[in-house]
Every structure is written in C-alpha cells, then in structure tokens.
Design a protein around this ligand. Structure first.
Ligand SMILES: Cc1cc2nc3c(=O)[nH]c(=O)nc-3n(C[C@H](O)[C@H](O)[C@H](O)COP(=O)(O)OP(=O)(O)OC[C@H]3O[C@@H](n4cnc5c(N)ncnc54)[C@H](O)[C@@H]3O)c2cc1C
Length: 402
C-alpha cells in the first residue's frame, strides 16, 4: 500500500530521532517517526551525558522534561590510569561551573520520544523500516518490513549503529583494526560513588562508572573482540572475571553490590559510512558512524546532529535550496562539527592501548589541574577539541607541573 507523501520520515526514536522530530516540529514540519521497538526500550550505553546536552535540550524544548527525571548531576570526570594514578577535571567554562548528568536510557529516551509526540510528530512504535528507497535522484521514502511503502521528501536515518538507512549510502563497514565489544551492568550498592563520571583504564581496555544515585551505578567496560571470545554463553561469569582480573579496583567497590538485571553486551562497536547524506536522506546520531564511547559524546552528538540537520531540511522543503544542496550542507557542517573530537578520540585510544603511555600522561595531567579541566571540557563538548590537538596543549603537558 502506498500513502501520500510525507514531508519528513524519521527512522528511529532514540535521542537523534526524537531531537530531529522536536526541532522540525518547531518549524511546523510534518513528521512521521517510525521506531522498531516499543518504549521504554533499553540501549546499551554508559549513561553519562555531557554538559553541552543541556543547551541542546533547551533548544529542543525538552530540558524541563529531562530535569523532571532528576538525573544525577555530574560535575566532571575522574580518570584512573593502569598504575592507579588518578587525575580529575571539573566542567568549568571561565568562572562558570557546568554539569552533565547520568540517567537510565530507558527513562531518558522515553521522555524525549514523548516530548516529540506531544510536539505533534506522528510516532509509530513497533514499526521496523527495511530500507530507504533509492531512485536515480536520491532517496524517495522508506519500505517497511511488512512491505508498506511510505514516500517522503526527506528521510532522516536515526536508526543507530549498523542501521538500515545507512545501507542506502553504500559501503557501511566495521574497522579492520579496531574491533571492540562492550558489556554493561546496572548495580545497586556500589561503594565510593561521587558526583563525577569515572574512567578506569586497564589491561586491554577501559571501564566506565556513571553514578546514577548515591549507591547505584552504570558500570560498562570496553575490550578488544578477542577478549570477548571467553564470554560466549557465560556473560555473567565473564563480567565478574573481567572486573576482577582487569579492573580490580572497580571489582572491589562492586563486591557487595546487587545486580539490577543481567549484563548485556554488544559489538563490534566501530562502524563507518562513506558519506552521511544523499539527496533526500540524512544520517544522524550513531547511524552517521560510531567509533568508540571513550570520550562519551554519543547522546550529545545525536542531539547536535539533529540541530545541524534541521536548517538544510527546512530550506529544501521551502524550495530555498535543492535537496542535493541540503545534503551537501549537512555533510559539510557535520564534518566541521565533529572532525577534531573524532581525531582526539582516536589519539586517546592510542594512549589507552599502551599502559606505559597512559600512566605517563596521567602523571603529567595530575600535576596540571587546569589542563585536566580543559580536557574534561572537551569531553563535555563545550570546549573545542582543536585545543587539545594544538602545540600549546602539548607544551602544557611537557612543562613541569604547577
Ligand atoms: C558501550 C557504550 C557506551 C556508551 N556510553 C555513552 C555515554 O556514557 N554517554 C553518551 O553520550 N553516549 C554513550 N554511548 C553512545 C550512545 O549510546 C549513542 O551514541 C546514542 O544512543 C546514539 O543515539 P541514536 O539516537 O543515534 O541511536 P540509538 O540510541 O541507538 O537509537 C536508534 C533507534 O532506532 C531504532 N531502530 C533501529 N533500526 C530501526 C529500523 N530498521 N526501523 C525503525 N527503527 C529502528 C532502535 O530501536 C532505536 O530506538 C555509548 C555507546 C556504547 C556502545
């Protein structure tokens, strides 16, 4: 069955899809959002969200809804190197202190999708898209798994890592050299939780702790795929063994904790797309590519990509630019907004992979609180990542500590 053409069809109702719906509804655009799952749905994530997300939530009109969830405020990040060296940075911009937050994704994502619905987007849950439909000129709509076709002037692919929409741009691929998996736990009764996110760098990977309350936390570790071979059919034992062997300081703090559900694992994490837009199709959030969650920008980037998409889409819908020009603008602006942070993330992966380097960098940073704040501000998405890639930052690291 074919239907009347919609202005915008959004595929996926995670943070990217809900944000795109909210931004577009502010401009009066007709939005149909198709979500395969029924909410609240779980998403494997570290659940620590950077301060910049508050700006985007306010712009979307969803900040008050999220504040009502009473998310755990995060005032910075603590990094623990393999030899136990600790450095900590505070989210600070000039004299102003900022906060990020931690909250269960089941709650955050359901809240954002509800906000999109209330803003007038038509939301269909349990609606799985099989593919974006291509013609010579670009993408003209979607075909549902049940065979229904829906025509649209724009399709926004917000369907996450390895999403169906990204197949329309061709060449979706995982990294040959960087194959990592993640495992996530929710625990009650974790000792020593504070108001910062924690990143423990250990043998072959890292483990993040996001405090969700004074006593409960999201504990998630990321390791090379080869390490996960031992997880097949025994995820719970694997989780316990890995924490004990690779992250003993974390294991000690979780010794008496109650598991709030079984562990969940996913991978391979890294996926890249050759382009993020075609005439009639823009890829947002994780659908536009994913590398590694170490610098924790995923949710904020999902919201930011929606903010970047809305201008080009609305201009094209009003006939001010062609669909091809809108796609090219989104591609350009997305690359500009992410290039430096992605470079830094790759650099940090290299540091994390070499314990001796990670220890040396951590010792340097521990003696330089201002540099720590700057680095954490970059992870928090409100300090431009190019600062950490320039010579001034490297010099700061090399100079004797203050
Ligand atoms: C281990 C791990 C830890 C992470 N930690 C953090 C962190 O601490 N902080 C942070 O900000 N980010 C983190 N991230 C990244 C973050 O989870 C993602 O970047 C974020 O979820 C991206 O949002 P999204 O809306 O693009 O995709 P998703 O949240 O994946 O949403 C995609 C939606 O599309 C739907 N969908 C999929 N296919 C279809 C289809 N064919 N038809 C219809 N609907 C479909 C799905 O059901 C889903 O609801 C982490 C990621 C991982 C893997």
């Amino acid at each position: 069955m074919s239907q009347a053409e919609r202005e915008v069809v959004i595929v996926g109702g995670g943070p990217a899809g809900a944000a795109a719906a909210l931004f577009l509804r502010q401009q009066g655009v007709d939005v149909l959002l198709l979500e395969a799952a029924r909410f609240p749905r779980d998403k494997i994530c570290g659940e620590g969200v950077s301060p910049e997300a508050w700006r985007l939530l306010r712009a979307m009109g969803a900040a008050e809804d999220v504040a009502r969830l009473a998310p755990r405020p995060l005032r910075g990040m603590r990094v623990i190197a393999p030899d136990g060296t600790v450095f900590e940075g505070v989210y600070r911009r000039g004299g102003e202190t900022l906060t990020g937050f931690a909250v269960r994704r089941t709650r955050l994502d359901a809240t954002l999708l509800d906000a999109a619905r209330r803003a007038g987007a038509e939301v269909r849950e349990g609606a799985r898209v099989a593919e974006a439909v291509r013609s010579a000129g670009g993408v003209t709509g979607v075909r549902m798994q049940d065979g229904e076709s829906i025509r649209a002037r724009f399709v926004l692919g917000c369907d996450g890592r390895w999403g169906a929409c990204a197949r329309a741009v061709g060449g979706l691929r995982g990294s040959r050299f960087f194959r990592r998996f993640a495992l996530r736990l929710h625990l009650e009764g974790v000792a020593g939780l504070g108001s910062v996110g924690e990143m423990h760098v250990g043998r072959g990977g890292y483990c993040g702790i996001a405090p969700l309350s004074d006593t409960s936390a999201n504990v998630a570790f990321v390791l090379d795929a080869s390490a996960f071979a031992a997880a097949a059919g025994r995820l719970e034992d694997f989780a316990r063994e890995t924490l004990a062997q690779r992250f003993p300081a974390v294991a000690a703090r979780c010794r008496d904790a109650k598991w709030l559900g079984p562990p969940r694992a996913i991978g391979p994490l890294a996926v890249s797309v050759p382009r993020r837009a075609l005439p009639g199709l823009l890829l947002l959030g994780d659908a536009a590519g994913f590398y590694d969650p170490f610098t924790g920008e995923g949710v904020t980037l999902a919201l930011r990509s929606a903010e970047l998409a809305v201008g080009p889409v609305v201009d094209a819908l009003h006939g001010r630019v062609s669909s091809a020009a809108a796609a090219a603008r989104y591609e350009r602006e997305y690359a500009g907004a992410t290039r430096d942070k992605f470079r830094l993330n790759r650099l940090l992966q290299w540091v994390v992979a070499w314990p001796a380097v990670a220890n040396a960098v951590a010792r340097r940073l521990r003696a330089r609180p201002r540099t720590c704040d700057e680095l954490v501000g970059i992870a928090g998405d409100f300090v431009p990542a190019r600062r950490a890639l320039g010579p001034r930052f490297l010099l700061q690291l090399l100079q004797p500590g203050a």
